[in-house]
Design a protein around this ligand. Structure first.
Ligand SMILES: [Zn+2]
Length: 81
């Protein structure tokens, strides 16, 4: 589990479960294909950002509605995204 925030929902944080690692692929600025396994924080960032391209926000993936806080009410874990 990890706590995420997003500029699309300013002032709020929520707990989201993500895969510990993912394989991402894309094209570089010259159009050359690349593929890379990423893990940890970077894996969370990719999942969060790729969700955006599919119209999904982290609040759609909260582990529970009661794991969503106003930033000023949040106490505890480090903000991840
Ligand atoms: Zn976001």
């Amino acid at each position: 589990m990890g706590v995420e925030g997003c500029l699309s929902i300013p002032g709020y944080l929520g707990e989201v479960e993500r895969h510990a690692w993912v394989v991402v692929q894309g094209l570089d600025r010259r159009g050359k294909r690349w593929r890379k396994k990423v893990e940890g924080f970077l894996a969370r960032v990719f999942q969060h950002e790729i969700d955006h391209t599919n119209g999904i926000l982290y609040i759609d993936r909260l582990i529970s509605p009661d794991r969503f806080w106003k930033e000023e009410d949040f106490e505890g874990e480090e903000l991840l995204v």
